[in-house]
Design a protein around this ligand. Structure first.
Ligand SMILES: Nc1ncnc2c1ncn2[C@@H]1O[C@H](COP(=O)(O)OP(=O)(O)OP(=O)(O)O)[C@@H](O)[C@H]1O
Length: 248
């Protein structure tokens, strides 16, 4: 479980996160949604330690990530998997070496153990046939799958996905969403996905937090989101015609 409590972050004189609190449960795919520039990525960066908030707490199963001692923070970091926007693969490494990379950096596993684990993760995302291909030789959807395989290779308790659907067609997007949800269920991971993809919300929105101008102004799921009275959220979701039609 991840708990964030009263997180605030200011850049210069601009408060981009204002007193955000939320709880994210294991086995759940939790979405953080909102328009451009509302603070989604900054919030994610606060959770994974790339940005330090000036106020608030980030607790990983009760362990304090911001004020914890070095050992605690290191242990939490090892339990995180991150799927970055754009997949962030190493162009000079083939698919399986990209997946193996965290094992090389962070474990003392034997060569055969690393190979087995990387193969297992590639299989799990349906890419065992592509192990020796280079990133330049595979599609955007396949790159995301490689990114997911790499994000889970260390067997994370916590998985963060920053706009996993960016640049993908709707069908591939749904497949990627489903894969993230399946993996979350299967390995009981606490997963947080940043998205402004409406299909994702309807497909995998077990818990959805809506950010608006740095505030969390709504929380719910894919059933309740279409019947909300929050004007800013309605404006955000009904900008999408398909949903507008569905709600009629
Ligand atoms: N390092 C930084 N220094 C200054 N301002 C920043 C920094 N990082 C983000 N911001 C600002 O914080 C605000 C929130 O940015 P953020 O990237 O979190 O938005 P977002 O909701 O993820 O948007 P998008 O959906 O477009 O990615 C923006 O106005 C952005 O310019």
């Amino acid at each position: 479980m991840i708990q964030i409590k009263n997180i605030s972050k200011t850049f210069g004189d601009r408060k981009v996160l204002d007193d955000i609190s939320a709880t994210f449960k294991p086995g759940n795919t939790s979405l953080i949604i909102g328009g451009s520039g509302t603070g989604k990525s900054v919030l994610l960066k606060c959770m994974i330690g790339l940005v330090t908030p000036e106020q608030g707490e980030v607790l990983y199963d009760g362990r304090d990530f911001l004020k914890g001692d070095e050992e605690t923070v290191k242990a939490i970091r090892r339990e995180m998997g991150v799927l970055f926007q754009g997949s962030a693969l190493f162009d000079s490494k083939n698919v399986i070496d990209n997946v193996r990379f965290p094992l090389e950096m962070l474990t003392d596993m034997s060569e055969s153990e690393k190979e087995d684990r990387a193969q297992f993760c590639l299989q799990r995302v349906g890419l065992e046939q592509a192990a020796t291909r280079m990133p330049s030789e595979i599609s955007g959807g396949m790159k995301k799958r490689v990114g997911i395989a790499r994000a889970i290779v260390m067997n994370p308790k916590y998985l963060f996905c920053d706009e996993p659907n960016s640049g993908l067609d709707p069908l591939t997007s749904i497949k990627i969403d489903q894969l993230i949800k399946e993996i979350t269920d299967e390995f009981n991971i606490t997963t947080i996905v940043i998205t402004h993809d409406m299909n994702s919300m309807m497909e995998i929105g077990e818990q959805i937090s809506f950010l608006y101008q740095g505030h969390k102004i709504w929380e719910g799921d894919s059933n309740t989101i279409v019947n909300t009275n929050v004007a800013e959220l309605n404006e955000f979701i009904y900008a999408n015609k398909l949903l507008r039609d569905m709600s009629r």
